[in-house]
Structures are given as structure tokens and as C-alpha cells.
Unconditional design. Structure first.
Length: 91
């Protein structure tokens, strides 16, 4: 029986928050959009990651391990989960 290495990827929902000051709802929305863009582009950890709701899975690759520990590609980029991101109810 052969051994295989399986590498997969999936989406996680992440949540972050900031405080903004504004003199109107319209200005608050404008500032919120700017803050969200900065947060999404940041490499910092968000406040919360929803690990119980993994979505849209893809197997990046499956490699077969042979004698001497050599890896031989078997499969690349295999979708195995339905795209549930767009079907998720709004928060």
C-alpha cells in the first residue's frame, strides 16, 4: 500500500473591528469602507476566525510517496466541496 501526502485549502470567515468617528451615517459608511479595506489588506491576525465554518474546499495536490521518501505528483487542484460561501445566510 502506498503513502500519499494531501494538501488542501479552504476559506474561513474572519472578523475584525475598528472604531470610527463621523458626523453623519453617510460619512461613517465612507470611513467604514476605508477601514475595512485597510484591515483586509493587513497581514495582522483578525480579532476572530470562525474555524467551525470551513467553506469551499480544494485539494491543492496529492503526492504519492515512494521508496526513499520521493514525492511523485498524483493529482493537482481537485475541487471536493460545493461552493457554500455564496449560499451562506448574511450575518
Amino acid at each position: 500500500m502506498s503513502a500519499y501526502i494531501v494538501e488542501m485549502g479552504f476559506w474561513l470567515r474572519a472578523y475584525d473591528g475598528v472604531a470610527v468617528k463621523a458626523d453623519s451615517n453617510a460619512r461613517a459608511i465612507e470611513k467604514a469602507k476605508a477601514a475595512a479595506k485597510i484591515s483586509m489588506e493587513s497581514a495582522d491576525h483578525p480579532e476572530h476566525i470562525e474555524i467551525g465554518e470551513r467553506r469551499e474546499g480544494t485539494i491543492a495536490f496529492i503526492d504519492r510517496i515512494t521508496t526513499g521518501g520521493r514525492r511523485h505528483p498524483a493529482i493537482e487542484v481537485l475541487k471536493f466541496d460545493d461552493d457554500r460561501i455564496r449560499d451562506a445566510p448574511p450575518d
